[in-house]
Design a protein around this ligand. Structure first.
Ligand code: NAD
Length: 456
């Protein structure tokens, strides 16, 4: 890689990124508005306490590759790429303060006036910031934006305490850009990690970084709630959590992490209720666990609203078992959806070959009839029959090829695609004429959703 790089902002992220690049021999200008930080770095003193950082700074300085400076304009004018690592603190109402990112990007754009340059935002930014920065840069440099001046996002996932190791051995490197020149530069920058490098949409990169940290926070809170609930009974929560993590198929894996159908069935609701009850019985405040069932109900209600929005008289629900392939309708969220629609005066036809074929009580058609329990709902012997005359089709389970062919035979009937299959898996040409209700709506995150109902 033959780039010269400017790192803007020398806090945890910038300092580690600049030092590790320079230690590899990459000419790296390290810029901060804080003169003391720049001067310390120039003398080989790490501004933060991180294992291996002083060694990387020393190596970078010895090679003449690490060039600390307060002169952003001169650094950028000599560079191909700027890595923006300035802070994005949280405001009193929870919003991320993006001012430093905007100020830095605009200063870089001015300084890079006469050469090809890529701005890479490495700071954690609020959703929608990529497009906001793009507009500001377009205003600043006109048609040079997207041509001479390009923009990318590249969130950083390092952990304090192992920052150098994490930067040098990333598990995942994600970037997003609408500019091919920026993509080519990032592919070159991360050539060594190309098996871990993923390009995505700007909105995905913005939200991914936030979601990753929220996921970590959720795991910590969950484990701590388990410990608080377990302690009064003398249960060893450390042992429980360790055993939990040993099941790599269901517990520490991608299982259950795909958005779609709310959970149901004979066990999950029952056991969530039971643990929440035990917390209450011991006067343990466990708000994460107590919120799981309300969160699941909110997801069903979200789908009900999405279906009712177009005022249908008749709806077909394809897939009624609590999960795809299950003949079991106990605590099934598609059944809850059907009942809510019936209550709203809608006639509903349901189809599910696994449920209809089941012979063992309490599964199968008898259980389904009992669960539906509303004269407006009835089971259809086939998907073809269920969707006849439907004003809306709900694909509660992933669509099989047969189902897709049938759905395609009823163009212009909106489909509520709960499993996200139509939007994700199906070739766009194959779904020409099919109107998908994008329930998990594609409203840009930076834009407040339409209060009249986002998602169409
Ligand atoms: N700290 C972490 O562990 C970590 C990990 C991953 C991502 N992040 C994210 O990376 C970003 C940076 O985090 P941090 O912890 O390094 O921040 P920090 O606050 O420690 O450092 C930011 C630095 O940027 C400098 N700065 C601000 N405006 C500048 C400008 N216009 N020009 C030059 N320098 C400027 C500040 O003086 C400061 O030294 C944040 O968005 C953060 O959320 C942090």
């Amino acid at each position: 890689m033959n780039f010269t790089i400017t790192v803007v902002g020398l806090g945890y992220v910038g300092c580690v990124v600049a030092a590790t690049l320079a230690a590899q021999g990459v000419t790296t200008y390290a810029v901060d508005v804080k003169g003391d930080v720049v001067r310390a770095l120039a003398r080989g003193i790490a501004p933060i306490d991180e294992p291996e950082l002083a060694a990387r700074i020393g190596a970078g300085l010895a090679k003449g590759a690490l060039r600390p400076t307060e002169d952003l304009a001169a650094a950028v004018a000599a560079s191909d790429l700027s890595l923006v690592c300035v802070g994005t603190p949280v405001g009193p109402d929870g919003h991320l303060v993006e001012t430093d990112v905007l100020v830095a990007c605009e200063a870089i754009a001015r300084a890079a006036a006469s050469r090809d340059h890529t701005i890479v935002i490495r700071s954690t930014v609020p959703a929608g910031l990529h497009d906001h920065v793009s507009q500001r840069l377009r205003d600043a440099v006109g048609s040079a934006f997207g041509d001479r001046l390009t923009l990318a996002l590249n969130p950083e996932f390092l952990r304090e305490g192992s920052a150098v190791h994490d930067v040098e051995h990333p598990e995942l490197v994600v970037y997003a850009t609408r500019h091919e020149a920026a993509a080519a530069r990032l592919e070159a920058l991360y050539a060594e990690h190309k098996d871990r490098l993923v390009r995505t949409e700007p909105g995905n990169a913005e939200v991914l970084k936030l979601v990753a940290n929220v996921w970590h926070a959720l795991k910590v809170s969950f484990a701590n709630e388990v410990a608080r609930i377990a302690a009064p009974s003398g249960v060893d929560a450390f042992a429980v959590m360790e055993l939990l993590c040993r099941d790599k198929r269901l517990n520490t894996s991608a299982a259950y992490l795909r958005p779609g159908l709310p959970f149901g069935g004979a066990c999950l609701t029952k056991d969530v209720s039971s643990l929440a009850f035990q917390a209450r019985a011991r006067a343990v405040n466990a708000p994460v666990i107590a919120s799981i069932l309300p969160s699941n109900s909110a997801h069903v209600e979200h789908f009900v609203r999405a279906v009712l929005r177009s005022g249908p008289r008749r709806v077909a629900v394809v897939g009624i078992g609590f999960k795809p392939g299950a003949a079991d309708v106990r605590d099934s969220s598609p059944v809850k959806l059907v009942l809510a629609l019936c209550e709203a005066g809608v006639e509903v036809a349901v189809a599910d070959s696994a449920v209809l074929a089941a012979r063992i009580p309490p599964l199968g058609i008898l259980a389904l009839r009992a669960a539906l329990g509303d004269e407006r709902a009835h089971a259809s012997p086939s998907i073809a029959e269920a969707i006849q005359g439907a004003d809306v089709i709900v694909a509660a389970h992933p669509c099989t090829e047969d189902c897709l062919a049938l759905v395609a035979s009823r163009p212009r009937v909106p489909i509520l695609d709960i499993a996200g299959e139509l939007t994700r898996r199906v070739d766009p040409h194959a779904r020409a004429g099919i109107e998908v209700i994008e329930v998990l709506a594609r409203v840009p995150w930076g834009t407040p959703p339409d209060p009249r109902g986002a998602g169409r």
